[in-house]
Design a protein around this ligand. Structure first.
Ligand SMILES: [Zn+2]
Length: 269
C-alpha cells in the first residue's frame, strides 16, 4: 500500500468539524500565492516550480502540497515541523531508531507501541522526531494529533465550560490512533490552575485509557521513564513501560540549525 493523501477537494467532506474552517482559510488565501486553479500552494507560492535543498529546480505538485498542509494543520503540527525533513535530524542511534519506527509505522500503531523520546537538554530534535512519526502516520491514513501536555490540560479545563472543547479533548485522548504528547515533565504539572495532584491523576487516566484501547502515544520529555515514574506514580511507570520504548537523544541546542534551513515557502514533507 502506497502513501495516499486525500485530494484537497475532498478534505472539507473528510473533516466535518470545527477545524475545517481554519484549514479552508489556509488553503484558499486571498493573496498572490495561488496556483492557476485557485489553490494556495504552501511550497512554490503558485509558480508550480521550486528550488530544492540542493539548488535544483523541481516541478511542484501543488495539489499534494496543499493536501499535506491541510492534513498536518488539522493534526496541529506547526508549520516549522511541516517543513523539516528526516535530513534535519542529526545522525545518532536515536535517529536510526526513529527511522526504523517510521518504516514499521502501521505495525507499531496496530500494536499500540509508542515511544518516549528523552533528552536531558532542549533542542535535541525530539519534537522534530515526534513530528516526523506523526506525519508518516497521517500519510498512511491513521488519525493523529500533536499537543503539548500543558495545552492538553488547558483543553481539559476549557471542556468544563465548552461542549466543543470537551468533545475535542475526548477525541484526542480516546480516539486518535497516534497522539504526540510533547514536553511532559514535572514543571508542566501545575498549569491552568490545576493542582499537581489533579494533573497527575489526569495524566494517569489518559495513559491508562490509551493503553487499554491499544492506542499509540509518542511522548517527549526531559525526564527518563524512571524519573516520570518517580514524579507521577508507580502505575504511570508500569503503563509507560508496557506501552513505550525510551529513545535517548544526546546533546542540545540543535534547533537553531534546524530553523535555518526553512522559510515561508519550500517543500512540505
Ligand atoms: Zn506548488
Amino acid at each position: 500500500m502506497s502513501e495516499k493523501i486525500i485530494p484537497v477537494e475532498d478534505i472539507h467532506a473528510f473533516f466535518d468539524d470545527g477545524m475545517t474552517e481554519d484549514i479552508r482559510k489556509m488553503l484558499i488565501r486571498k493573496d498572490k500565492r495561488m496556483t492557476p486553479s485557485g489553490l494556495y500552494c504552501p511550497c512554490c507560492g503558485g509558480v508550480q516550480a521550486y528550488v530544492d535543498r540542493n539548488d535544483v529546480n523541481q516541478p511542484c505538485d501543488c495539489r499534494e502540497q496543499a493536501s499535506r498542509l491541510a492534513h498536518y494543520a488539522y493534526a496541529n503540527i506547526g508549520e516549522l515541523y511541516m517543513r523539516l525533513s528526516i535530513e534535519d535530524l542529526r545522525d545518532t542511534t536515536a535517529k536510526d531508531t526513529v527511522i526504523s519506527y517510521i518504516d514499521s509505522i502501521d505495525d507499531r500503531i496496530d500494536r499500540g507501541q509508542g515511544l518516549l523520546l528523552y533528552s536531558q537538554g532542549y533542542g535535541t530534535g525530539k519534537t522534530l522526531a515526534a513530528s516526523l512519526i506523526l506525519r508518516k502516520a497521517l500519510r498512511r491514513q491513521h488519525t493523529g494529533y500533536f499537543i503539548t501536555f500543558s495545552n492538553l490540560m488547558q483543553m481539559a479545563k476549557d471542556g468544563w465550560k465548552s461542549d466543543e472543547s470537551a468533545k475535542k479533548y475526548r477525541e484526542i485522548v480516546s480516539t486518535v490512533d497516534l497522539l504526540v504528547m510533547d514536553d511532559i515533565g514535572k514543571e508542566q504539572l501545575a498549569v491552568g490552575g490545576f493542582s499537581n495532584d489533579y494533573a497527575k491523576m489526569m495524566f494517569e487516566s489518559i495513559l491508562r485509557d490509551r493503553v487499554q484501547r491499544l492506542k499509540t502515544t509518542i511522548y517527549t520529555s526531559n525526564l527518563t521513564a524512571f524519573q516520570i515514574q518517580q514524579t507521577y506514580s508507580h502505575a504511570v511507570g508500569s503503563l509507560l513501560a508496557e506501552s513505550t520504548q525510551q529513545v535517548d537523544f544526546p546533546g542540545g541546542d540543535y534547533r537553531q540549525t534546524e530553523t535555518r534551513t526553512v522559510g515561508k515557502f519550500g517543500k512540505i514533507y
